[in-house]
Design a protein around this ligand. Structure first.
Ligand code: SER
Length: 634
């Protein structure tokens, strides 16, 4: 058994012996929680139980939860940050509280895992008078007794950020460090959100002899929350006992415990190995990568690439195992970003991109004993990866060439260039930015905001017409534009009916003369498909369907089955346009032909449009087709 499996099993066994029910890991994509793309903490699925809902397994549960933190993608490269990790967690829903929790954690680390208590340090909340939340002397004293019970002196120290370590063991920090809620510090919490003070445990790897540590300590003293590499946070007990209201905090009806500890980090402490990439959670991956390249993991210039590839490939496999596949939006986009970043970095180690697929078995080797489904999914995951790699390698060389060409003319890397690279070659924005930084180019100010607004504008412009653009378009061009706008919806619906729901609108452009429409589809339409799409649209036009407009809150609209590709970008109140009530022959049994969130305007009935014809159809980017429609009589 690997040490990874051993530490996980010890934890689960220990909490089982303390009357906890061991519950399975929730999936990496949370169920029924549209507020977040990924599960990033074990407690995410536990929120209702902090408020008193009965957990089906009782008041004490524990698990090892798969987590993914997209925010950390750029952080990967040091010896501790990873995007995918497992979080060991135990919860008390109004059952045991502070005293038991602190004792449980201490005993698990010191008695079960036999970590040296001299290497453990803890932090507690220093309190906040304005919020009416007291300094957590109780936690500090509990820790002190426990350390003393194993013969370790445990001094309590205030203000460690300025005062430094001072031979202490227990340190008081403010809410930036010792308060936990899903939205961070108290002032950022929305009304209704639960949170509370917490107490963290750190492992000491000893003073670091590195340039980073020296630079950091030239100005500031070392303390347990310092990032010099000496201390690693390995667990956090949250005393989940408050709820934010309009007028400050009130106690929850029950006091809860939410403990989370990174399994990979506890393992690093267990193996006394400050580099998590050298522990059992990563070693098979690092060794495999090592076998592909003549560079060494210990080569300081190259280490980062080993770590990024290992982390991203592992995360990608785990995400795919939970049903995420590369695409251009949401979870699929994050996965694509991870994969393309890993594939790009392979070049820096002189590894062929296609070789990275061979890392899949190493991930399976690390996790298959606890996640047996990985073995069954291995072949499929490898296939998806190989496909994505092929797609990317085709666009990569073209994209890089284009990149160089554009940059030969400009020394400034702009949002416009990034958007072009994305649109034409599928370069994720973050990757382009990284390429630009690697070439020490000047980066346009606020590039990310500008890029996002370009993307949004482009999408909305094609999807629903930015209001201003459409209005001015109409004033100039009269009713033909409105007709073509309605045809856009019919065309989208017909393409989905003929080619399947994987078709998504990617853009459109309307003039008085014609409609241009971009959509996702891997290959050219056959003559039969194109004829079918055209005849469906004309059938719907002839049927003279009513175009119905309803105004409703976005949340309601999404429940109606309306197509909405840019959910975050719509206002809270939206128009929902439906065409064709109760049509016969809708394969999915829906009571409409087309339903989309859209700012309009549209014709009132499809009959006014007149017969249309589909003309050119061609590729505009990898997986994106462009088709033109015009009205026969126009
Ligand atoms: N919710 C806390 C954390 O994520 C402890 O589980 O750190």
């Amino acid at each position: 058994m690997s040490d990874l499996s051993f530490v996980r099993q010890q934890y689960l066994n220990y909490f089982k012996s303390l009357d906890h029910k061991i519950v399975p890991s929730a999936p990496l994509v949370p169920e029924n929680d549209p507020s977040t793309l990924f599960t990033s903490a074990g407690m995410q699925s536990m929120i209702p139980y902090f408020f008193g809902a009965a957990h089906p397994e009782g008041k004490r549960v524990a698990n090892s939860q798969k987590c993914f933190r997209a925010d950390d993608i750029e952080e990967v490269g040091d010896n501790r940050h990873t995007t995918f990790f497992e979080m060991l967690g135990n919860w008390s829903f109004g059952d045991y509280f502070k005293k038991e929790q602190i004792t449980f954690v201490f005993n698990f680390l010191v008695k079960e895992l036999k970590l040296d208590p001299k290497k453990l340090y803890v932090s507690c909340f220093s309190g906040n008078k304005e919020l009416g939340i007291e300094r957590d002397n109780e936690a500090a004293e509990l820790w002190q007794e426990l350390f003393q019970s194993v013969g370790v002196e445990a001094k309590i120290i205030d203000n460690p950020e300025e005062a430094g370590l001072q031979d202490g063991k227990i340190y008081f920090y403010g809410e930036k460090k010792n308060w936990w809620s899903r939205s961070g510090v108290p002032v950022n919490m929305p009304v209704g959100e639960p949170g509370g003070p917490d107490s963290e445990i750190f492992y000491d790897f000893g003073e670091q002899d590195s340039d980073l540590a020296r630079a950091m300590h030239a100005e500031n003293p070392c303390h347990i929350n310092c990032d010099c590499g000496r201390f690693l946070e390995i667990g956090n007990s949250v005393f989940m006992q408050y709820q934010k209201t309009n007028s400050g905090f009130v106690p929850l009806a029950q006091a809860n415990i939410d403990f989370g500890g990174g399994l990979g980090r506890i393992l690093a402490a267990y193996q006394n190995q400050p580099d998590v990439f050298k522990t059992d959670a990563f070693l098979p991956l690092i060794e495999k990568i090592q076998s592909f390249t003549s560079f060494s993991y210990d080569d300081q210039d190259k280490q980062k690439y080993f770590r990024v590839i290992a982390d991203h490939m592992k995360a990608a496999v785990m995400l795919m195992s939970d049903g995420v596949f590369p695409s251009s939006k949401e979870q699929g986009y994050v996965l694509r970003r991870l994969l393309r970043r890993a594939l790009r970095q392979a070049a820096y180690l002189e590894i062929k991109q296609e070789t990275l697929v061979e890392l899949v078995p190493s991930v399976v080797e690390i996790y298959a004993d606890f996640y047996p489904q990985l073995k069954e999914q291995q072949a499929k995951i490898s296939q998806v990866l190989a496909d994505e790699q092929k797609k990317f390698s085709r666009s990569l060389s073209k994209g890089l060439k284009e990149f160089e060409k554009m940059l030969a003319q400009k020394s400034l890397f702009t949002a416009e260039i990034a958007f072009y690279l994305y649109e034409s070659f599928g370069f994720p924005f973050e990757l382009s930015l990284e390429e630009a930084k690697n070439r020490s180019l000047q980066i346009e100010e606020k590039i990310e905001e500008k890029y996002q607004s370009k993307k949004t504008f482009h999408s909305l412009n094609s999807k629903q017409g930015s209001q201003a653009q459409f209005k001015s378009g109409l004033a100039d061009q009269g009713e033909m534009t409105t007709k073509y706008h309605t045809v856009t919806h019919l065309l989208h619906a017909a393409l989905r009916q003929v080619l399947g729901d994987s078709v998504e609108q990617k853009g459109s452009n309307i003039t008085a003369e014609r409609l241009r429409f971009d959509f996702s589809h891997p290959k050219a339409l056959t003559a039969v498909e194109k004829a079918n799409v055209e005849s469906l649209i004309n059938e719907w036009i002839k049927a003279d369907f009513e175009v119905d407009k309803q105004i409703m809150p976005k949340s309601e609209a999404l429940k109606t089955g309306a197509v909405a590709l840019f959910i975050d970008k719509y206002p809270d109140i939206v128009n929902v346009y439906s065409i064709g009530k109760n049509p016969s022959g809708n394969k999915k049994g829906e009571d409409f032909i087309s339903r989309e969130l859209c700012s309009g305007p549209h014709v009132e009935r499809t009959g006014v449009i007149g017969e249309i014809t589909l003309t050119k159809e061609k590729a505009v980017a990898d997986g994106i087709r462009r088709i033109y429609a015009l009205q026969k009589s126009a």
